[in-house]
Design a protein around this ligand. Structure first.
Ligand SMILES: [Cu+2]
Length: 164
């Protein structure tokens, strides 16, 4: 080896040494990144947010499926305080059907996160009506979102909007 070659060899040697941790770290970081993005991708196929189409007015027939419809209303015109929402489910021949599970989530669409109750179960009355107390805590725009299930499966979603 000529002196020049020896110097350049040493430079390359130390360069390689000094690069090694950097390269190793780089490899580690990309490894973590890959693992992270893998984790995210396994969570990311998020279900689309459920839609709650507006139902017809209180007292009107609202179709659930080809064999059932519902009629809903309130014990009084909604105002500040507690109102009871009443919902009855009928078969097409007009017989009450109490084999469903009815859930309601009330809140103010203009104040997201402020008053939502989360899904609350309607209680079946001894007359076969599904009942849910709704607390109207301030004037403004309100919405009740209804979910109806049969055997644990959602068969209907709908909403009722009103002003207080
Ligand atoms: Cu509010």
């Amino acid at each position: 080896m000529t002196p020049f070659n020896r110097v350049s060899f040493l430079i390359l040697f130390f360069l390689a040494l000094s690069l090694q941790p950097f390269l190793a770290q780089g490899g580690d970081v990309t490894g973590k990144k890959a693992a992270k993005s893998h984790d995210l991708s396994s969570v990311s196929p998020a279900e689309p947010a459920p839609q709650y189409p507006s139902m017809q007015s209180p007292g009107k027939k609202v179709s659930i499926d080809k064999d059932h419809y519902l009629i809903y209303g309130f014990d009084k015109k909604p105002k500040l305080g507690t109102v009871i929402m009443k919902l009855e489910i009928y078969t097409q021949d007009g017989k009450k059907d109490t084999s469903f599970e009815v859930l309601g989530d009330s809140g103010m669409p203009s104040m997201k996160g402020a008053h939502e109750t989360g899904e609350q179960l309607f209680r079946l009355s001894n007359k076969g009506a599904y009942l849910l107390p709704v607390n109207i805590v301030m004037p403004g725009d309100w919405e009740i979102r209804i979910t109806i299930k049969k055997g644990g499966k959602v068969v209907f979603r709908g909403s009722h909007q009103f002003d207080v």
